[in-house]
Design a binder for this molecule. Structure first.
Ligand SMILES: Nc1nc2c(ncn2[C@@H]2O[C@H](COP(=O)(O)OP(=O)(O)OP(=O)(O)O)[C@@H](O)[C@H]2O)c(=O)[nH]1
Ligand SMILES: [Mg+2]
Length: 324
């Protein structure tokens, strides 16, 4: 009988054999962070490397979840087992929104798809570690593709987009949405643009704005280097218009990544980022711990007594860490 005492390798084996409940438990462990999460990530890493990761980002309410649901349906119809990770970086404040998301998207779940919302609970570095680990877990147990949905409003989201092989940026008609997306740095990370809610007035203007920005080279410089220009696709995700075209654009981009060799560059870059994030987190944590040791307290006092400067104290503390 299965009990709560299942070990991580047991849970992982069960998840590999398609047991959804075990996969759910492992994802919870990954989300909680700490050494247990590292153990899960370690097992997943060894079996990962086979999926295609699609990032879907855009302003709040632009229709990312609705669109994702459409893509899931189409992937499922063509025999794909796809997984969705809906990431809400601002979760401590807007926890309700992500719950709403989960309910809306769960309506669309079938046995071929796995949908999971991930909140960061505000712990430092949480998102940077938990997102790649969750992707690798989905990858390891055979989900292909893996879709990450993030709200595109800041640097964190741009970083999360960096976790994807193909990034889809969703904009909507009106109020210079494309210009806003540009300011948020989202145009540079876009491999595919979707003008969603194209049933609304101003959809053609949004398309034209994006086209102009592409012409002006505001976006990436990838075009000159590789001959790839991000396509702009009009969609109405309430009705499903444009979804098939988006899937074709994703396949086209995946083929481009393979033929140009950039897939390896992206994946290597991603691995490097993950290691770097982990190094920074480990050093940061250890440094904070050092501050409450006798040595750390003595350094703080020396600064308070103006015997040494904050910069000097910081250097001494880092040196003591490196020589440990
Ligand atoms: N008119 C119209 N409405 C749409 C379309 N796509 C989505 N919507 C609606 O827009 C609203 C927001 O859709 P979501 O899919 O939740 O948007 P989201 O980007 O996932 O939102 P957050 O995750 O909260 O940032 C919902 O009421 C959808 O029904 C579309 O193509 N046309
Ligand atoms: Mg959503």
């Amino acid at each position: 009988m299965k009990s709560s005492k299942e070990t991580i390798p047991q849970l992982f084996e069960a998840a590999l054999s398609g047991e959804r409940r075990s996969l759910g438990k492992l994802l919870t462990l990954v989300e909680r962070g700490g050494e247990t999460a590292d153990d899960v990530a370690g097992l997943a890493h060894r079996k990962a490397g086979n999926t295609h990761v699609i990032g879907i980002t855009g302003a709040p309410g632009s229709g990312k979840s609705t669109l994702t649901g459409r893509l899931l349906e189409l992937f499922s119809q063509t025999g794909h087992n796809s997984a969705v990770l809906a990431v809400d970086p601002s979760s401590p404040l807007t926890g309700g929104a992500i719950l709403g998301d989960r309910i809306r998207m769960d309506d669309l779940t079938d046995e071929n798809s796995f949908i999971r919302s991930m909140a960061t609970r505000g712990h430092s570095g949480g998102l940077a570690l938990a997102v790649p680990a969750a992707i690798q877990l989905f990858d390891a147990v055979g989900y292909k593709p893996v879709i990450i949905e993030t709200v595109g409003v800041g640097q964190v989201e741009v970083d999360v987009a960096g976790a994807a092989d193909t990034t889809v940026v969703v904009v909507t008609p009106g109020m210079g949405d494309a210009v806003q997306a540009n300011k948020a740095g989202l145009l540079e990370v876009a491999d595919i643009f979707v003008v969603n809610k194209s049933d609304r007035p101003g959809a053609n203007d949004a398309r034209r704005d994006l086209d102009l920005m592409l012409d002006l080279g505001h976006i990436s410089g990838l075009e000159e280097k590789t001959g790839y220009r991000p396509p702009i696709i009009m969609a109405n995700s309430l009705e499903g218009t444009g979804s098939q075209e988006i899937i074709e654009a994703i396949e086209n981009h995946a083929n481009h990544l393979k033929s140009s060799g950039s897939i390896k560059v992206r994946q290597d870059q991603r691995t490097l980022m993950e290691i770097q994030n982990r190094v920074e987190l480990l050093i940061g944590t250890t440094a904070k711990e050092t501050l409450s040791t006798e040595f750390g307290k003595a350094m703080i006092n020396a600064v308070l007594n103006r015997e040494t400067s904050p910069a000097q104290a910081a250097k001494s503390i880092v040196n003591s860490l490196l020589n440990d």
